[in-house]
Write a protein that binds this ligand. Sequence first.
Ligand code: HEC
Ligand code: HEC
Length: 469
Amino acid sequence: MNRIVFLTVFCCAALLLSCDKEREIILNQYGKPAEDAELSAGTATIFSVGKSSYDTPAKWVTGDLLTRFYSGDRLYDNPRTSAADDPRQGGKGPLYAGSSCGSCHNNAGRTYPTLFSNGGSGNSGFSSILIYITKKNGGFFRNYGRVLHDQSIFGVEAEGKLKVSYTYETFALPDGEQYELATPRYEIEEWYADRIAPEDLIIDVRIPLRHVGMGQIMALDPDELQTLERQSNYPEYGISGKLNRIQDRYVDMPGVGGNKANHSDLTVELGFSSDLGVTNDRYPLEVAEGQSQMAGYSHYGIQISTHDMEDVDLYLSTLGVPARRNVNDPVVQRGEENFYRAKCHLCHTSTLHTRPTAPVLINGTRLPWLSSQTIHPYSDFLLHDMGTGLDSEYKAGLAMGSEWRSTPLWGIGLQQTVNGHTRFLHDGRARNFLEAIMWHGGEGAVSRSLFAGMSKEDRDALVMFLRSL
Ligand code: HEC
Ligand code: HEC
């Protein structure tokens, strides 16, 4: 890697002209938006700044659509109870991870998890994390599923509790500025059944993702994503992206959702089933069906209708995307230049397009407003090997343990305003933007070095640019 960094820096210094040219080519293809820098998602861009910046309908959401948006919003936010026979608000558990979608995605964002306030799982029905577990060989454990449910209703035992401890290490940037990285170590305690030996256990912890631009992400043009995958090959920077592919309802599709890009829809049915324990037409069995302690909890039937789930789907799909702020501030503009100089855009691609055909929701509703839009997600939705530091060993589809989807950065500058914290990366280990960047290894290592080698002023400007997103 060092040689690559050296060569890159050398080339750029010696051949400024050709670097400019390269930049121009990249900017023209997928690069910096010219006139519409503020318009993050075309006609779905919204301009309010505050706690509900992620949670505001696009302005074309009116009439019947708006009524359904609010119905979906309520179904999303209202805590479910364990009452088995209340179709609007019951059905929670017996095992679950959160009481409502909104408990983890507060204001359609990223709730501050108990990982940092409680050293792991929360004790009172709330954690705001998902804990994925597998065997070292990728298989699932018989008494547990893919997700370790760390919460349960009265009378049932949670599958286990997560504990985390952090090791702190201080590093110095080339100009002497110091920063600290916190490396997590995860363990499971209080297994409800067989204890699984740590040697045979892979634990992959995720904090919730922001819901910014979910409708647009689901409407991405698969042809453009495939073109992007073919183009994402920059040996000089050690970068090559890979599209995750998944079989969903027997159709082969590019994966775009989730940190491993292993979802091709909004996972509403999966969320109700696995995260909340609410059975539905697609997942009619309780998520822990088959566990001995589940006897007596099956056969409750369907606990949320497909019509209601479509309202949630509609709510998520029609959320507006916050406009960028301070685009004419010279520091922000300098930061934007630095974003390209550090090659961040080779993964956090600034401009993409939605496909010409209208997306269709789970119950058949069409949303033509989302088609043919120019959007600025700051992601290529491809998987990149981020090095051993971020390797959880957990695989999902084509994604290996160290491979993650470039997180879309649109709206990231408002996370502090919406959710009151700046925890970043899949498991929230980064406490601010600088740490998030310094965790970039593997394909992100050249970018990290280019950023680290900038003057403090330039690094700060880059962070100001991120805050304008
Ligand atoms: C216990 C916490 C928790 C609950 C409850 C929860 N989620 Fe999530 N959600 C997460 C986490 C963690 C992720 C990231 C998962 C990943 O990396 O794939 C996520 C990811 C998502 C994504 C993908 C986002 C993206 O950018 O690709 C969607 C959509 C989503 N959740 C919707 C829902 C819905 C709908 C519900 C309620 C039915 C729900 N979630 C309930 C924690 C939760
Ligand atoms: C090789 C591709 C690649 C490059 C280059 C890259 N990133 Fe990333 N970035 C990623 C991936 C993949 C993740 C998700 C990693 C994870 O969650 O573990 C990520 C995560 C982030 C996050 C955290 C997002 C969140 O909401 O948690 C920030 C901030 C970020 N990148 C900024 C940058 C900046 C700034 C640069 C340039 C200095 C950069 N990235 C260069 C791929 C890349």
